[in-house]
Design a protein around this ligand. Structure first.
Ligand code: PBG
Length: 325
């Protein structure tokens, strides 16, 4: 009988030694909670495909953020659902838009919470695309100008960081220039640098009412089979002045997170997107998986792949699990 000389199992014997040799973990410090804000008062519309998440009116958003703050979550990312949509997404750039009012209220009521804004037009346009339409497609360069206006309005309202997600070429450079010209050189940009055209965004589009009314986003978001192209996108965004690089989605793109981590020295963010969240919730509701264990295993895999921070709808749950409640 062969007797092994090397025995890795020695370091797995009990929880104490496992804790000592553990290489990665998910902590509160990693978490960014996405939230949806809508017009109205005392309004809390459940998002059916994302149990525990709601479209919140500003007053209830403030309460939610107070709770997240007391749980120790360092940051939120805000998505707006405007009262009025139009061809250019005017609400997204207005000082009286849903997001701008929400930021002002939040910064006043919960100054300790770090507020990141998603910068895109798909929730604000009546056609549901991420910019202005010309000749049947999204006009890249005309959209850049609008992105500049959008970030300035967020910065004026008090946003701590902006996160452009529209996958327009040159968006980081255009946004950096716009912010700097208006005196907001200290506001960082988290770029959705490698954002794939993914079916995992399905539940989000219900949540944000942002499904495209014609066609799809494949002419601007990345093609899922491509990996090297992600590194090119990341390189461009770094050259244009991005401060944090995001890979999105996370779970089916752990290889991309890992490659990006190896290539860049900026912080890397992973977006654990709506579909990844909903699959876990649904299977857990059916009693097929252990929600807490599966969610933590997924999030840990994103850390192991190299993410420094994770945008996740599990943030509130994780904070409670870590507290032991
Ligand atoms: C675009 C945006 C989307 C998500 C974040 N920002 C949707 C899209 O590109 O269609 C998806 C997030 C998720 O699925 O959780 N503003």
């Amino acid at each position: 009988m062969f007797t092994p000389y090397y025995r890795p199992r020695r370091l797995r014997k009990n929880e104490n030694i496992r804790r000592l040799v553990r290489e990665n973990s998910v902590t509160l410090d990693d978490l960014i909670m996405p939230l949806f804000v809508t017009e109205g008062n005392n309004l809390m519309n459940p998002i059916s495909s994302m149990p525990g998440n709601h479209q919140l009116s500003i007053d209830l958003l403030v309460k939610e953020v107070q709770e997240l703050h007391s749980l120790g979550i360092p940051a939120i990312i805000l998505f707006g659902i405007p009262g009025q949509k139009d061809a250019i997404g005017s609400d997204a750039m207005s000082q009286e838009g849903i997001i701008q009012r929400a930021i002002r209220e939040l910064k006043q009521a919960v100054p300790g919470m770090y507020v990141i804004t998603d910068v895109c037009f798909c929730e604000y346009t009546d056609h549901g695309h991420c910019g202005v339409i010309r000749n049947g497609g999204v006009d890249n360069d005309a959209t850049l100008e609008m992105l500049g206006k959008q970030v300035i309005s967020h910065a004026r309202a008090g946003a701590d960081m902006v996160a452009p997600s529209g996958m327009m070429d040159g968006m980081i450079g255009a946004i950096r220039e716009a912010l700097d010209q208006e005196g907001f050189s200290e506001i960082p940009i988290m770029s959705y640098a490698a954002k794939y055209s993914s079916a995992f965004y399905g539940p989000f589009r219900e949540a944000a009412g942002s499904a495209p009314q014609f066609g799809d986003r494949r002419a601007y978001q990345m093609d899922p089979p491509n990996a090297r192209e992600a590194l090119y996108e990341v390189e461009l965004d770094i050259n244009e002045g991005a401060d944090i690089i995001m890979v999105k989605p996370a779970l089916s793109y752990l290889d991309i997170i890992s490659k990006v981590r190896e290539q860049v020295n900026l912080p890397v963010a992973a977006y654990n997107v709506s579909g990844e969240f909903s699959m876990v919730k649904a299977a857990a509701q059916l009693g097929w998986i252990d929600e807490k264990k599966v969610a933590l295993e997924m999030l840990t895999s994103m850390k192991r792949a190299g993410a420094d921070m994770i945008l996740t709808y599990f943030a509130r749950d994780v904070a409670k699990w870590l507290q032991g409640s």
